[in-house]
Design a protein. Sequence first.
Lengths: 303, 309
Amino acid sequence: MNERKNKLISEKNHKAWLYLLPALLFLIAFMVYPLIDVLIYSVEEGYNFASQTYFGVGGYNFSYVLHDPYFLQALKNTFILVVITVPLSTILALLISTGLSSIKPLRDLYQTIYFLPYVTNTLAVGLVFMILFQKTEYTDGLVNLVIHFFGGSSVDFIDGPYWAKMFVLCFYTIWVVMPFKILVLTSALASVNPDYYKAAKVDGTPKLRVFTRITLPMISPMIVYLVITGFIGAFKAYSDAVALFGTDLNAAGMNTIVGYVYDMLYGDSGGYPSYASAAAIILFAIVLTVTCINLLVSRSSRK
Amino acid sequence: MEHPLTTEPPLTTETPETAEVSSAIQTKQKNTRRTALIQKAVIYFLLTIWALIVLFPFYWMVLTSVKSYGAYNAEHIPALFTLSPTLQNYVDAFTTVPLVGYLLNTLIFTAATTILMVAVSVLAAYAFARLEFRGKNLVFTLFLSLMMIPSELVVITNFVTITNLGLRSTFTGLVLPSVTSVFYIYLLKENFQQVPDELYRAAKVDGTSDLKYLWKVMIPICRPTIVTITILKIIECWNSYVWPRLITDDPAYYLVSNGIQEIRENGFGRENIPAMMAAVVVISLPLIVLFLCFRKKIMSGVSRGGLKG
């Protein structure tokens, strides 16, 4: 009897692994193995892609990347992008979803509209932003026309001064990330227990106080979540920049860290998986550090 | 319904004093109602501004796509509407650049990746949710920890692997590394676990095999979640850019994201922005239609933790 039961379990054991097998194969081949491999690549010095040989092991790849002016430019761009877009988009999303929760008619319509950027192809719609902001021989572009109207002078946002380009990149990034943030915050606001609001109403608490004393604390876990995912997402920015400035981001001076990784791997400047690995690991270290700081700050502020 | 008290005389007699107080209350109420109304108006105004910011690029892309090439380039000041719309740009987009090819490639890539992903995820989620085996918790924990790995870290080796296997510019090379989604397995497993144990035991008593139980009971019950992850994966595939760009040198295998980039850089032989916008409209339309059909599903799926990219 006992033997039979054991046999049954081991047979089940065996079957369960069969169900798991496809997923395991995919994950091991395309996630676990690459993860180990990328660490190895990053310490192999002078790796040659064609002959697959290398000279030795050490930290040279990291030092090369950290001294590469293109990487430093990418680092600077990414940090500016993160510092501007993460707080701005979170605050904007908070305002919009608070407004959205306080209305009834048309709410569904607004929600649907606000979500549209999520389902659009970043590369394709980026081209629309490009022609809106671009200045060519034929036309100054619509945005410059508006600037003219308010008495400013026109700027080429796509091929012009650094801060103009950075402005468009931040603007487009915020446009792209807003749907997710609005959606998450709106559902967080909807899940706050209405009894709190009723109690506050009975006490005659002013609206601003209700917002800072009830709403914000209740949805703060979601805000923390959005800030953390926002940081991670913004550090990995790449396709927004390609959409606006084309594939040669180094020439435009608008490369990002992820863009640098891919440029090292592929294309005219590619063929250096070791440098790409080192840069990717540096990026991962930055993201990990920032996430840990975020978690620590949010935890200590809740106490 | 008539109130029994209404026929009786009022309990309080109105003195001039109380009348004054009640009118003061009335004006105060009127004031608060007015401020509430103004507040509502301001909220609607601000929400509309953001809605316009979101919608304007879409309007501009459709508008530009129906302006004729000559008319567009003659406009030093871009016109906000056009009186002579033309479909010529759409004809150009379909004939002078391989837009149909890009769309077909994306369709094949999306279908293959999504079907494989759903099959693999359902099997794995079933193993985690319903079957018993040694080391289940350990394997599941390892699975979850993989969720933290950014794709940027693994893409380098995958690029080398696929290149060495000679799978560049093939659908196999495009699809294989895009199949795995730890998050969807997790989502499905949570859903599978909500199916009551009694059903499983009853099926076992009837001698139903595990696979048949999965197919006849689990999948029908959990269909909403399966539909949700399918749609989310379709969106992800349709918009994927980085991996296809790394792995396809041959424009015959370009997906729409790379295709539009190619159109932008080498496009129509000359700078033909209206035709480019027509291509952008064609590329954007399928997902927007999908979204409008499955609005509720997509939004609830995304709010459960779908992150773009």
